[in-house]
Write a protein that binds this ligand. Structure first.
Ligand SMILES: [Ca+2]
Ligand SMILES: [Ca+2]
Ligand SMILES: [Ca+2]
Ligand SMILES: [Ca+2]
Length: 353
């Protein structure tokens, strides 16, 4: 698992970065680490640019692993927390609303080696919170937000294996946010791939149904769940899941009224049995009323699996070569024309309509 799980590779990274160090002012960052592109220029995506301009690099923690967004100080401006796997911190960048940020608040996780992070409102009457997966301590850690950009002391919930991904959703339609946690699977063991932590609306959790895809993946490892997309595949009012697991294809799970899930037919990008999907997002790309699966794979290709509103994606088609060995993906209407766009990470950022 390499750098994501430092203690497993026998590296005590806590010694590398002291916990009493002071963050630098963002404005005094080492410009040598900034892009070679001048600030304000458009990044070379190879696609039509919907209006992004290059900005200076911000200071980060050691080995950033994931980013989320939300308004944590309730000033109407987006903020960006980043989890850092190497020094077990979360940097919370409060936005000024003009593309610049304040000096980040640094949260120290109780668990070790954060792998993923999501913003979620776990308390029905509360403020926006943060949930972090800790790869080396097998925990989900929740930082309850105070609504002013600071957070209460965190609490942890154990999960059975290494957590590698987390996304928030109301799985059982009780108007309380739940956490969907992707897990790493040990080879040749039948283990749960996903654990769902049902929120109680007060910041606590109850129940954690587990389900297993059986054996997937390569012949070494643990094999991580790389990504989980949430959406209602069959339009029954309950969110379903589509996951990627390294070497194991893209696996849909259909919700049974939020109480349990049935595994659907795994599929791979371009229907290629040798292809390895890494990340997947959902969006109705052809606007036929059925969510489609947009995947980026190990071959740096992006493809679209055309959904049929029953949890299946029988037809996949290559869209474009891009991507990276550690990609990310997002589906959103960037330019506000009513049609979904795809953002996929490569050694720059690419967009396509
Ligand atoms: Ca804000
Ligand atoms: Ca719920
Ligand atoms: Ca559904
Ligand atoms: Ca569709």
């Amino acid at each position: 698992m390499g750098w994501k799980f430092a203690t497993q590779s026998h590296q005590d990274t806590s010694k590398w970065v002291g916990k009493n160090h002071q963050p630098q002012a963002v404005t005094s960052l080492n410009r040598a680490h900034d892009s070679i592109l001048p600030e304000g220029s458009a990044p070379p995506t190879g696609f039509g640019n919907p209006g992004f301009l290059w900005r200076s690099t911000l200071v980060g923690g050691f080995i950033p692993t994931a980013i989320t967004s939300g308004d944590f100080n309730e000033d109407g401006k987006s903020d960006f927390p980043i989890s850092n796997g190497g020094d077990s911190t979360v940097y919370v960048f409060l936005g000024n609303g003009d593309g610049t940020f304040r000096v980040p608040e640094i949260l120290y996780t109780q668990g070790q080696s954060p792998t993923w992070i999501t913003a979620v409102r776990l308390r029905t009457k509360g403020h926006l919170d943060l949930a972090v997966t800790n790869g080396d301590t097998n925990t989900v850690e929740v930082f309850p937000g105070k609504g002013d950009g600071t957070f209460q002391a965190s609490t942890q919930v154990s999960v059975p294996q290494i957590p590698t991904f987390i996304v928030a959703a109301d799985v059982n339609n009780d108007s309380r946010q739940d956490l969907v946690v992707g897990l790493s699977i040990t080879q040749n063991l039948t283990q749960p791939q996903v654990e769902i932590l049902f929120g109680d609306g007060a910041g606590g959790f109850s129940g954690s149904p587990l389900f297993s895809p059986g054996m997937f993946g390569r012949l070494w490892g643990p094999v991580p769940t790389d990504w989980i997309a949430v959406g209602d595949l069959n339009n029954d009012g309950y969110v379903d899941l589509v996951t990627t697991i390294s070497g194991g294809g893209t696996i849909p799970y259909l919700s049974q009224s939020g109480l349990s899930f049935l595994m659907g037919n795994p599929f791979r990008p371009n229907n290629d049995p040798t292809d390895v999907p890494l990340v997947v997002e959902l969006g109705d790309m052809d606007e036929d009323g059925c969510l489609d699966a947009i995947e980026s794979d190990e071959f740096s290709l992006v493809s679209i699996g055309k959904g049929t509103c029953d949890g299946n994606f029988p037809t996949t088609s290559l869209t474009t070569p891009w991507g990276d060995s550690d990609p990310a993906i997002k589906v959103v209407d960037l330019d506000g024309d009513g049609h979904l766009d795809v953002i996929a990470q490569r050694p720059g950022t690419a967009t396509v309509k």
